[in-house]
Write a protein that binds this ligand. Structure first.
Ligand code: GDP
Length: 196
């Protein structure tokens, strides 16, 4: 069994005081409907994260346990226009509080649709996260939707653009549908979770 396939759902939390004791965790963030849940499920090798029919519905932080107090954390998707402001504000606080304040967080996976990478909200998230000095790995998902060459062009462009935003950042192509890039991603995340 691979490292990530041992994952089990632990709990959903609505505030930071409900987060579990942790020796290390990695978190997934991204615009709603980019394929974040599918990417997490692909990493686990089975379906744990809920693939959304209603984009932006999940506004809780979901914890998946890997054992030895290590976790994969699924953060609420952002940028769904139909979420009313009254809901959006506390949700932003939860996300921001987690990203900037969570000490056991080792690195952030940011999921972007390869056809619409680095939106204004993605940039804001990256700028927000930069002061932590923690690494970011960008998954350009749904790579199966573009030709190989077009996908490579996007990869190179995004690599250049994010390097200007963050000191510690890597980017790769990914397809949950085809399994493209799965091993590369697992290796990066596994590295982040090595005991310190
Ligand atoms: P989330 O809202 O970011 O968690 O996105 P989901 O994982 O729920 O996926 C949103 C939609 O994109 C669903 O209809 C998925 O089936 C589809 N999807 C996700 N990943 C891929 C992929 O790698 N390739 C293709 N073609 N579709 C995908």
């Amino acid at each position: 069994m691979s490292f990530f396939s041992a994952a089990t759902f632990l709990k959903s939390v609505a505030s930071l005081d409900q987060t579990p004791p942790s020796t290390g965790e990695i978190a997934f963030a991204g615009r709603s409907n980019t394929g974040k849940s599918s990417a997490i499920n692909a990493l686990f090798g089975h379906r744990l994260a809920q693939v959304s029919k209603t984009p932006g519905r999940t506004r809780l932080i979901n914890y998946y346990a890997l054992g030895a107090e290590r976790f994969v954390v699924d953060l609420p998707g952002y940028g769904y226009a139909k979420v009313p402001e009254a809901v959006r504000a506390p949700w932003k606080d939860l996300l921001g509080g987690y990203l900037l304040g969570r000490a056991p967080l080792r690195g952030l996976a940011v999921v972007m649709d390869v056809r619409h990478p680095l939106t204004a909200l993605d940039r804001r998230l990256l700028e927000w996260f930069r002061p932590t000095g923690k690494p970011v790995h960008v998954l350009l998902t749904k790579a199966d939707k573009l030709s190989r060459e077009a996908a490579r062009r996007v990869l190179r462009k995004v690599e250049t653009d994010v390097a200007a935003l963050l000191p510690q950042v890597s980017v790769q192509l990914f397809s949950s549908l085809r399994g493209t890039g799965l091993e590369e991603a697992a290796a990066v995340f596994r590295g982040w979770l090595e005991p310190k």
